[in-house]
Structure formats: structure tokens, C-alpha cells
Design a binder for this molecule. Structure first.
Ligand SMILES: *Cc1c(COP(=O)(O)O)cnc(C)c1O
Length: 423
């Protein structure tokens, strides 16, 4: 069929739109129950707000779990999606395409890295980083049995290698045998790290890389100590160990700086991005310095990775972040949010143990002395019309779109205040 004929063929534009209503019960008959979902069906979004199938409005301080950088239905994203799907959306990495090159250039020019590899998710980006670190250990350092150190309470994804990298037994349970070559250390404990390296490297060097989040997201919104990260950088330089920063959650401006590692004044050898990079379009990236780039043609690949569709949208997100001075907004709104949460903590001293975070990734920790869980606080906030997400059983996480305004921060603060008043 010629293109002309195709374009003339009448298309039912409603065919791809799911019939409503689709109840949670119906949904659960067909979709694997791997998620504990809240009993609301979201239908539509605009800016920092979403609406459910009953027409109820919510302020979205989850943003697809720190992903919708520009909120919902942002005109720049709508334009980028529309333009690119009408031009070229996918052709494979057998050929050159402009958007992938442009996005790599933007990321390289705005980070410490020299080169980028594109994939589809955070876990896949971390898989790439793990493969690169192992290949560097084999090819450059002659390590036959490399080990990667990761932290307790870390989170690196749900594939087999990345649940192994994740230092939380609850994600690993039932999936053994896990991937060999990972050893865990307590986060922010430099003495423990130095001792672990000394033990592993005792007879012959084995430690290939140290993989950390600049701030642990899923593990409870725990910022790393700058002295810890700076000492790690020194150790890595002394011993030719690669430092990998998992920037999947804290990167792309969420911390108030473009990359979380900038908060510690260090540069990793490898870092990964995903979540906020595409503003909600699936994309991941693994970036590295040329000094450790041992990948050659054929070493790593991904069918969808870096396709024109995903990279054009991510590029539009990156440009908007820059042009709209969103980092400044993240810093100002973040200060406003933490100030408000600290005041709430003072009003409910028996319930709130701590408030912490950077920019627009913040956590409120519930007192260990009471039964209250983060899921209960989140449910209560939903009742107040605000979407929040737990970061573990005792921490409530606030990760709104980076375009959030002062009135929206105030609305979220009064909802959480109400939630604590009723609990
Ligand atoms: C969410 C997350 C991942 C996993 O990303 P997916 O896109 O779900 O695979 C990895 N690392 C960190 C720090 C994350 O927050």
C-alpha cells in the first residue's frame, strides 16, 4: 500500500482509547498483581494536577515517582512528541539519527562525562554501568573475579543484577541464585568501606567499582555525607577503582543541581540517569568518562535504546530545564517545602522524627515510637487531595514536578498538616 493510500484509509481514532469505566477489580483480573495500588484510576493530567475517573482532582507530588520533570501535558512535551512521531520514531541503532547525538551532546556538555549510551530504564542503565565496570576491571586491570561495592538501603532496580546491587534483602527474597560479584557496605561509613576494600584486595586486587546514590531515594531519602563521597573519590583515584553514581532518581535537576554528585563536589567515572530524563517518556542513559570507556562495537546494545522518539522528547525536557531556569525553582520551592515540613514536624513532635532532603526530593520520617506507617500517611493525604509516595515503611516522600509553584507547595503542606491532625 502506498503512503497516499494509507493516509486516505479511514482510521478509527477512538480504537486505541480504552473504554471507560475499567474498574480496579476488572483490571486485577488481567494484570499481574506485582503492585499494591491505591484504589483510584487516574485519567488525565495538566501541570502538577491529575484527575481520576470520578472527576476528582489531586495535586501530584509523586510525579510518576520523581519522573514527570515538567508535570503533565506540558506544551513543550506535547510538541516534541507530536513532531517526532510525525517525522521518524524508531529505526534501530544500525543507523545514525540526529536526536540521539543531540541529547548525548547536551548531557556531555552539562556533566562530567565524555560519552553516553542510551537505553530504556534506570535498571537497564545500571546494568550497562555494571557491565562497563566489569569490562574495565578485566581489560585494563586484569582482575579475573571483580567485585562491585554497593550500600545498605540502596536501590538500583529490579533486574537480577540490579536487585543484587540493591542492598535491601526484601527485593532479593525468592530470587536466588543472585548475581555474584557484589558486596555491601553501610552508607556514609568510610571506615567500614576502607576495611571492606582492604579485606577484598588482601591477596590480589578485586574491587572494580563502588556504586552509590548521592542521596538514597527509595532507601528513605537519605543524603550522602560530602566528606564520605570526597574520601571515596580519593580512594578510587589511588586504587584505580571506578566510582559509579546512580543518578536515576536524584539527577536531572531534582536536587537543585543538575546532578546529585555536584552536591558533593566530586565527579564519578560513570553515572546513570532515567526517571526525570524523559519527563515520563521511557528512557535511560549510562554516561562515562573516556578514561574508562572500554566498550567497543558489539559490546552492549538495546533495541529501543536512544530511538529518535525518546531522545527528541528528552532533549526537549533538557532544553526546557535550562531555558525556564528550573534549577532555581527547584531550590526555592525546595526551601519553601522543607521550611513548611519542619514547622509541621514541630507541631506534631510525637509523630514526626525528621525532615530531610535536597531541592525537590524530600522525606518526612515518622517516629519509630508509634505504629503509624508511611502508607497510612499517604492514604490520608490522598483523602486530602494530594498524592505522595512512601520511601520505605516510615518515610513519606515529596517529589513534585520541577515546575511546581509556591501556591501548590502551600496546598501540599496544609494537606499533610490535615493528614497528621486526623491520624
Ligand atoms: C527508580 C530507580 C532505579 C530503577 O529505575 P527503573 O526505571 O525502575 O528501572 C534505579 N536506581 C534508582 C536510584 C532509582 O530511584
Amino acid at each position: 500500500m502506498s503512503v497516499d493510500l494509507l493516509l486516505q484509509t479511514p482510521v478509527d481514532l477512538t480504537a486505541s482509547i480504552p473504554a471507560q469505566p475499567f474498574t480496579p477489580e476488572e483490571f486485577d483480573e488481567y494484570v499481574m498483581k506485582t503492585y499494591a495500588r491505591y484504589p483510584i484510576t487516574l485519567e488525565r493530567g495538566a501541570g502538577c494536577r491529575v484527575w481520576d475517573s470520578a472527576g476528582r482532582e489531586y495535586l501530584d507530588f509523586v510525579a510518576g515517582i520523581a519522573t514527570c520533570t515538567l508535570g503533565h501535558a506540558h506544551p513543550v512535551m506535547v510538541a516534541a512528541v507530536t513532531q517526532q512521531i510525525q517525522t521518524l520514531h524508531h529505526v534501530s541503532n544500525l543507523y545514525y539519527t540526529a536526536a540521539q547525538g543531540e541529547l548525548a551532546k547536551w548531557l556531555v556538555e552539562h556533566s562530567c562525562a565524555d560519552r553516553a549510551f542510551f537505553c530504556n530504564s534506570g535498571a537497564e542503565a545500571n546494568e550497562g554501568a555494571i557491565k562497563l565496570a566489569r569490562k574495565y576491571a578485566h581489560d585494563v586491570r586484569g582482575i579475573a573475579d571483580p567485585v562491585i561495592l554497593t550500600a545498605h538501603a540502596s536501590f538500583h532496580g529490579r533486574t537480577l543484577a540490579t536487585i543484587t546491587a540493591t542492598g535491601q534483602p526484601k527485593y532479593q527474597k525468592g530470587f536466588s541464585p543472585l548475581v555474584p560479584g557484589f558486596v555491601y557496605v553501610p552508607y556514609n561509613d568510610i571506615a567500614a568501606l576502607e576495611q571492606t576494600i582492604a579485606e577484598l584486595d588482601q591477596t590480589t586486587p578485586r574491587v572494580a567499582a563502588i556504586m552509590l546514590e548521592a542521596l538514597q531515594g527509595e532507601g528513605g531519602v537519605r543524603p550522602g555525607d560530602t566528606a564520605y563521597f570526597q574520601r571515596i573519590r580519593q580512594i578510587c583515584d589511588e586504587k584505580s577503582i571506578l566510582l559509579i553514581c546512580d543518578e536515576v532518581q536524584v539527577g536531572m535537576g531534582r536536587s537543585g543541581k543538575l546532578w546529585g554528585y555536584e552536591q558533593h563536589g566530586i565527579e564519578p567515572d560513570i553515572f546513570t540517569s532515567a526517571k526525570g530524563l524523559g519527563g515520563g517518556i521511557p528512557i535511560g542513559a549510562m554516561l562515562c568518562k573516556d578514561s574508562c570507556n572500554v566498550f567497543q562495537a558489539g559490546d552492549h546494545a538495546s533495541t529501543f535504546g536512544g530511538n529518535p522518539f525518546a531522545t527528541a522528547v528528552a532533549l526537549a525536557v533538557c532544553h526546557t530545564l535550562e531555558q525556564e531556569h528550573l534549577l532555581k525553582n527547584v531550590q526555592e520551592r525546595g526551601d519553601q517545602l522543607r521550611t513548611g515540613l519542619t514547622a509541621i514536624a514541630q507541631r506534631y513532635p510525637d509523630k514526626v522524627a525528621d525532615v530531610r532532603g535536597w531541592g525537590l526530593i524530600n522525606g518526612l520520617e515518622i517516629s519509630a515510637d508509634i505504629e503509624l506507617t508511611s502508607a497510612q500517611v499517604v492514604q490520608s493525604a490522598i483523602n486530602q487531595g494530594v498524592l505522595l509516595v512512601p520511601a520505605g515503611p516510615k518515610v513519606v516522600r515529596f517529589v513534585p514536578p520541577l515546575i511546581v509553584n509556591a501556591a501548590e507547595i502551600d496546598q501540599a503542606l496544609s494537606a499533610i498538616d490535615q493528614a497528621f491532625a486526623t491520624l
